[in-house]
Write a protein that binds this ligand. Structure first.
Ligand SMILES: [Zn+2]
Length: 146
């Protein structure tokens, strides 16, 4: 059981897939944070085997659709005055822009650098996305974000 008593006002990012914590930590820019942050790795979890947790002692703004794309199983607890006031369950976004790049070398986004990389969700169960320009498939949650 993780206690949030070390956080006064902030966020606890919970149920991160074990091993993904460091990537999310750096994606959020927490390595440069001037407030308290903590990452706890390989915490035993009843539902997911093992998980990583990130505690942030500041209410930072997070693009939840990108975070949901990285790992839709994440839960975010919003802590205000040392109490959890809100739980946010992330989901896979229907559409992502400039989060991943299309791998198809013949795709227009590979040759024309100014074009927005757009992927839309085509199979929620398989977390599969499809490039808007060439139909190249991409599976979310494998961590290759910009
Ligand atoms: Zn493409």
């Amino acid at each position: 059981m993780i206690h949030v008593d070390t956080i006064k006002n902030g966020l606890v990012i919970d149920h991160i897939r074990a091993g993904s914590g460091p990537r999310i930590f750096s994606w959020l820019g927490l390595d440069k944070a001037d407030f308290s942050v903590a990452m706890i790795m390989n915490v035993p979890s009843k539902t997911h085997g093992k998980k990583d947790i990130i505690k942030i002692d500041s209410i930072i703004s997070i693009d939840y659709s990108v975070l949901g794309f990285i790992d839709p199983n994440i839960t975010i607890n919003v802590v205000v005055e040392e109490r959890i006031t809100r739980k946010i369950n992330l989901t896979l976004p229907d559409r992502v822009e400039n989060i991943i790049a299309c791998k198809n070398p013949r795709c227009i986004t590979s040759t024309e650098k100014y074009i927005t990389h757009v992927f839309t969700l085509v199979d929620k169960k398989r977390a599969e996305y499809c490039c808007e320009y060439c139909d190249e498939l991409y599976r979310a949650g494998i961590g290759e974000v910009f």
